[in-house]
Design a protein around this ligand. Sequence first.
Ligand code: BDP
Length: 680
Amino acid sequence: MPNGYEMCWLDYKKHCDVDKNELSKWFSYICLFDPTDEFQVVKEELAIFVTDFLGFRPRFFKVFPKQGRHVLIGKLSDLPVEVNLDEQLSEEGFVLKYVKKQDAEFVIITGISAAGVLYGTFEFINRVRVGEDLRKLNVVSNPKIKLRFLNHWDNLDGTIERGYAGKSIFFSNNKILLNQRTKDYTRLIASIGINSVVINNVNVRHAALKLIEPAYLKRLSQLAQLFQRYGIKLFLSVSFASPIHLGGLDTADPLDERVKKWWKEKVKQIYDYIPNFGGFLIKADSEFNPGPHMYGRTQADGANMLAEALEPFGGLVIWRAFVYNCQQDWRDYKIDRAKAAYDIFKPLDGQFADNVAIQIKYGPMDFQIREPVSPLFGGMEKTNQILELQITQEYTGQQIHLCYLGTMWKEILDFDTFSKGNNSFVKRIIDGTLYGRKNNGIAGVANIGDDPNWTSHDLAQANLWTFGKLAWDPDEDVKKIVEEWIKLTFGDDELVVRNISYMLLNSREVYESYTTPFGLGWMVNPGHHYGPNPEGYEYSHWGTYHRANWEAIGVDRTSRGTGFTLQYHEPWRSIYDDIHKCPEELLLFFHRVPYNFKMKNGKTLLQNIYDLHFEGVEKVQEFIKLWDELEGKIDAVRFSRVKKKLQLQLEHAIEWRDVINTYFYRRTGIKDEKGRKIYP
Ligand code: BDP
């Protein structure tokens, strides 16, 4: 444990069943061609790996060897051997290839850029660790998605909004932290291909308003330099009202010349300190954050004004589509928060500057365990788009419950919007191929903090890992992603791999079943969003109503109701509109349904709700059994840490089951057919 924390999948001491003596032969003489001295971190990483994994310090040479086995590293243009490629290499892509030349054998790690070579190095190390045959190496890998973002919701006082794994690793007491852990963080996320990081909360308040002032910029420039060595760009969340807070102006109106001038000067100042600065992330006109609407301007007016200031420096504006009225009038049934983003942004399609990307949450509401994919993805052809996911488990168990999110993300990425006919998948929108746009991406709200294992629940590390893997290649198979993670994290014992992957791959449905199945969502305690509260948001201005009464539940979002379904392309519009065609897992998102509605399995809606809650708890018991089987096969510390989490999960799942089932029993007076215990 370096300084009291572990290194997740980068802990090179844990290993699978590999022949270390054989392997050592490749690593005793590493050839590194580095004429411009760009590969310091590649060298460092390999040194850590060889030392920890093989037990000796590797030596690096520039001379091309004539015999023996070697790892050969360098940019494609600098390599002394020719590498034939089956596929074209992109800027951040890499090649891993076995080549034999006379009496010498090489495994080559190469790319066009230093970042590419670094990504290749990490991938190479992973493959060595799981025992892949190096003589068969032949990989060309390019990231499909350009902007691969982590968004941290860290505050300068060290707290993290929706953070469940300790305090911030970036801030403490209004100071920026720069230490070994910052470096290890950078290694960790570079190893999964992340290339853009926003370090501070989208809600920019208090000291964070001043992050773009010289007092902070100096230190931020050091952080940005560290990031740069690992191919990562630093971005900051900023307040749209900065000209008022910092500039002393009486307005932040994006069309006001003084405001424009202020931003231009500010941006220039930022780039003076941080030449490779990435740009801004903005939460505007949302949950009390200021924005262009306050001045009667559009979201495009706001974003473009900032884009103009950033453009000369190659900076980007990441503008969130999470714009809605959080103080809605609950008496008006037609007001539907689900419609907000599309209603506001769709008419602006084509108006945003090229260096603006709109960051859209995956669902139309807010990171629930199940939502339909936001129709905005199929709605904008002329706008750069970033898919926003939440790795941190705000509504999905707060890193107490096991809830692997890769399966959900995969569904979202694979969702066909039909915006340009068949195969208009979300993943093809954000990889830029569907609409040919340049600045697209994927963003995940990070789930890490300063806990010894970074994510509090050890198995939540799989979410971070998977986010990176899917960001690199959204077509990758989730099962494969999970298995690789398990092997790198816990080793390749068959039972370990089998049980943990079963637990991970089923955990989302399990969580969904004992909380809010059928797309109902919410039912949590307001504010902190943990634990069951069936009417927590039912009578509040922040409402996300389900409108349960004694005979029916759900909101009619069809063309006959709030009209939300009209935001989708066909065939989704008709499918979602029809209670008999709507996918059942989303039934209550789109429809108001009587409790006695017969579902496809022949049972009523209510009986299904009861059953799922019981089954969900049983599944958690099964998870515990499966975990117990791994005792002795996993180190004791992590074994018992996860065990404790699972026990807590069980306790809380039981509470969910009982509170929700009782709620429905009381509402309806209809008993569980199987006569199980539901509180009267
Ligand atoms: C909600 C969170 C809130 C965030 C907001 C956002 O409860 O803390 O600030 O999303 O995404 O899910 O801006």
